[in-house]
Design a protein around this ligand. Structure first.
Ligand SMILES: NC(=O)c1ccc[n+]([C@@H]2O[C@H](COP(=O)([O-])OP(=O)(O)OC[C@H]3O[C@@H](n4cnc5c(N)ncnc54)[C@H](OP(=O)(O)O)[C@@H]3O)[C@@H](O)[C@H]2O)c1
Length: 134
């Protein structure tokens, strides 16, 4: 498994079992160095040009899945949307109770600081969730 992040998060990616690479110019080459035969599947969580880079490193007949770029469908990939679903949330809660699912929390802010929470979120550099305390 290969994951993209800035260098400050590379140890975090390693802790998740991923080989870290830095995103930006030359990303496709860095991935090819680690996976010369191509990757089996690419997951795009950022949008922008990520789908094109992902396709450039895929094995033949493999696909990109994106949560952030609707254009992926026109390029032969899959778009996935999260929907609130009580059965799925219950399943996730059971995994969390069993310690099999952890949710990193980047910041906990009181509700009156919701604007600051939004600013943090829009900066696109958080690692995990931002929690608003009510
Ligand atoms: N389809 C759905 O149902 C669904 C659900 C939720 C979210 N989304 C979408 O998913 C996207 C991600 O949202 P998010 O809440 O996870 O967080 P986010 O704040 O957009 O992303 C934060 C992380 O992305 C990394 N990052 C930033 N630019 C990057 C790039 N060019 N390449 C690789 N990594 C990059 C940052 O790593 P560093 O700090 O290391 O740079 C940071 O850890 C958003 O576009 C959001 O709208 C879709």
């Amino acid at each position: 498994m290969i994951g993209t992040a800035s260098e400050r998060n590379h140890d975090f990616l390693r802790s998740l079992g991923a080989e870290p690479v830095t995103y930006g110019d030359g990303l496709a080459d860095r991935v090819r160095d680690l996976a010369p035969q191509g990757v089996d599947v690419a997951l795009d969580f950022v949008g922008g040009g990520a789908v094109d880079v992902s396709q450039a490193v895929l094995k033949e007949r493999s696909r990109v899945v994106s949560i952030a770029d609707g254009e992926v469908r026109a390029k032969g990939g899959h778009m996935v949307w999260v929907r609130p679903d009580s059965a799925d949330l219950t399943a996730l809660a059971i995994l969390a109770d069993a310690g099999k699912l952890t949710v990193p929390v980047d910041a906990v802010l009181p509700l009156p600081e919701a604007a600051e929470a939004f600013r943090l979120s829009m900066a696109g550099r958080t690692r995990g969730k931002i929690v608003l305390e009510v």
